[in-house]
Design a protein around this ligand. Structure first.
Ligand code: F0G
Length: 461
């Protein structure tokens, strides 16, 4: 049927079960955030109205996935669900070998231990917290090779996740290919604001690294969202399916780590995928030490089944259009109200630019952390700091890293909230923006050694 004029679209699913939410008063929320040390990670979920802390493990599973849970084969070894997951990974991502892990960082640990030696350099398109830490714990040093545009929240580059080939060439020239076990390419780039990498860039990185015998390892945690942006924005790809784009992205790499808790619509799970048999054998051996036998890797059989089904659902065009469409809906509403956000709007959430939102708060007084706390108090909406607290300290000098991006992430879980929820979120952000001059910075009163953003505590200045 030929469509004329503009048509609305809606989610390609309907709701079968609901979870009731608790409503709280402002006084209750003020007390809750104080007790949580102004860290949204330390709030109790039951005190939250709309939970935008993360899109990780928070998606709604389909009836097919729930049916998959009932088909869990809980054998210690060789569960049939392992083989279903392996088949799904081979079919949709094209990798030869797959080792399940309890979640993404389990795979990062194994990959880092297998490939990185003391003194190695690991270039990547912006750091991710757990990924960089595992690289460092294995003796490596992360070097950022993302394009400069990624560090500018207002730059409108359509593929702000791209690797800067000149930066990568310089790193190779400076340290030598021998010291670079692999380049870590993430799609879409979480800390840049969910920004995609173009297919052209994937090909160029492949070409350049091949000349030097350097591997490419993919952090494919949100790969279907990246494929959607390629389909929508990159010349020549609008006729391609998400499915085929996802597989093509993987084809330019040698392996991948995957957190199934995002794209793959499950509450727990991940894997390490590899094409090289020797590395696979080594990784299968190591996974036994840290996760579990190589045919379950810390997961129950039912978890692997739900992930196998979720992967299939995640690469459907209709699904991705609704998923990213909801994020765009919220983002465009905020832009109309002149709220400073990272643009172009990314795949998994809206990132408020705390530097422009709270220009009167110095970065070492944690503006994004303070803003996240304030948003919670206003309407019970939980977000996450992605700025100086998340960036942590330089392992050598012990100084704070001062990232250019000081952001608050409003992350949208998949298939969970409605358009009306998006309206309520926008109203709350606008309300806080109108009172932004009253918001003060914070001081850190407790700082844990690793990944401090999860457990640090703060007090009001
Ligand atoms: N890579 C990326 C890009 C991620 O966003 C995450 C997790 C991981 C790896 C690690 O996976 O949590 O399964 O161990 N991101 C979550 C988030 C925590 O909220 O962005 P994991």
């Amino acid at each position: 049927m030929q469509q004329t004029g503009k048509r609305s679209w809606a989610e390609p699913y309907k709701i079968k079960m609901v979870e009731l939410l608790k409503m709280t008063t402002k006084q209750q929320r003020q007390k809750a955030i104080r007790e949580a040390g102004y860290n949204t990670f330390l709030l109790k979920s039951e005190d939250v109205y709309i939970d935008l802390l993360t899109d990780s493990g928070t998606s709604a599973m389909s009836d097919r996935q729930w049916a998959g849970l009932m088909q869990g084969d809980e054998a210690y070894a060789g569960s049939k669900n392992f083989y279903n997951l392996e088949k799904s990974v081979q079919k949709h991502y094209g990798y030869k070998y797959m080792i399940p892990t309890h979640q993404g960082r389990g795979a990062e640990n194994i990959l880092s231990k297998v490939l990185i030696k003391e003194g190695d350099i690991v270039p990547g398109n912006m750091y991710f917290t757990t990924t960089r830490l595992h690289q460092e714990l294995a003796g490596g040093t992360f070097v950022d090779v993302i394009i400069d545009e990624a560090h500018d929240p207002q730059n409108e580059h359509l593929f702000k996740g791209n690797v800067d080939l000149d930066k990568l060439k310089n790193v190779i020239a400076e340290y030598g290919a021998q010291r670079i076990p692999y380049v870590c390419v993430a799609v879409t780039v979480n800390l840049a604001g969910g920004q995609p990498v173009s297919m052209e860039n994937m090909k160029q990185v492949r070409e350049l690294t091949q000349q030097h015998g350097i591997k490419v390892m993919l952090d494919m945690t949100r790969i279907a969202e990246n494929a959607y942006f390629i389909q929508q924005r990159e010349k020549g790809y609008s006729v391609r399916s998400i499915k085929s784009l996802v597989k093509e992205i993987c084809s330019y790499t040698d392996g991948a780590t995957f957190s199934g808790k995002k794209d793959a619509l499950v509450n727990i799970g991940g894997f390490l995928a590899l094409n090289d048999e020797e590395y696979f054998n080594e990784a299968s051996n190591l996974v036994v030490v840290y996760e579990g036998l190589h045919t379950y890797g810390g997961l129950a059989g039912r978890d692997m089944e739900a992930m196998a089904v979720g992967i299939e659902e995640s690469v459907q065009d209709e699904h991705m259009k609704a998923r990213v469409g909801q994020v765009l809906y919220l983002g465009e509403m905020l832009m109309k109200q002149h709220i400073p956000i990272v643009t172009p709007i990314g795949g998994h959430g809206i990132f408020l630019d705390a530097k422009r939102f709270l220009p009167h708060v110095r970065q070492d007084q944690f503006p994004a952390q303070a803003l996240a706390a304030e948003l919670y108090v206003d309407a019970g909406i939980r977000s996450m700091e992605r700025g100086i607290v998340s960036a942590g300290r330089n392992a050598r000098t012990r100084d704070h890293y001062y990232p250019k991006l000081e952001l608050v992430r409003l992350t949208i879980p998949r298939r969970v909230y409605t358009q009306a929820h998006m309206d309520v979120i926008a109203e709350s952000v606008v309300n806080v923006y109108e009172q932004r001059n009253k918001i003060k910075g914070l001081e850190m009163t407790y700082e844990p050694k690793y990944l401090r953003f999860f457990q640090a505590r703060f007090g009001r200045i």
